[in-house]
Ligand binder design. Sequence first.
Ligand SMILES: C[S@@+](CC[C@H](N)C(=O)[O-])C[C@H]1O[C@@H](n2cnc3c(N)ncnc32)[C@H](O)[C@@H]1O
Length: 185
Amino acid sequence: MTGFNDPFVIARCLVNLLNPPKDAKIVDFGCGTGLCGIELQKVGFTNIYGIDGSHDMLEIAKTKNIYKDAWVCLVGLDPLPEALSVNCDIAVASAVMIKGHFPNTCYVEMLKTVISGGHIAFTIRDIYLDHATDNGMNFKDALEELEASGKIQLVKRERYVKYKGLAMGSGHQEEGANILIYKKL
Ligand SMILES: C[S@@+](CC[C@H](N)C(=O)[O-])C[C@H]1O[C@@H](n2cnc3c(N)ncnc32)[C@H](O)[C@@H]1O
């Protein structure tokens, strides 16, 4: 898929790589206006919840009838909604692991929503998995620490071209990116 393709990549990979039941409970972290929710809905998922730090983005998402419920929550600062406490099958996050968006504590937060044996799945650009180019965000170390302490296990890393076909300058041009899927142990 061309253009902003993170939501599409997440939905496709959940089906192709995990193939959970269509009523699996999924929480969309940083759901924004619901683009990832829409892609999840298109491939058949029916039990989707959303959280986002922006009230205005959520108001737009709510008009689309994607999420069974959605909450304003600034990941890394606010407590997560009680309704999402260790009862989700999958936590997804599309295009939020960027400086100025999610902190690297987001993985711990995502894991708080997921049952043991459940999964977290998210997109992240190559530059954010390299200390030399990650703007000090240190997502890589945060993931490696969780792996080393036996809390998560990598299920799949698949590479894709983000902003495929775009050439609109820095931040909106083709860039190497990844979808990472981890199992909660
Ligand atoms: C680039 S948009 C991506 C939206 C959506 N995931 C998508 O793929 O279309 C980033 C979203 O993350 C939200 N956001 C940024 N930092 C956040 C935080 N710490 N906690 C919750 N939401 C955050 C923003 O409000 C915005 O809706």
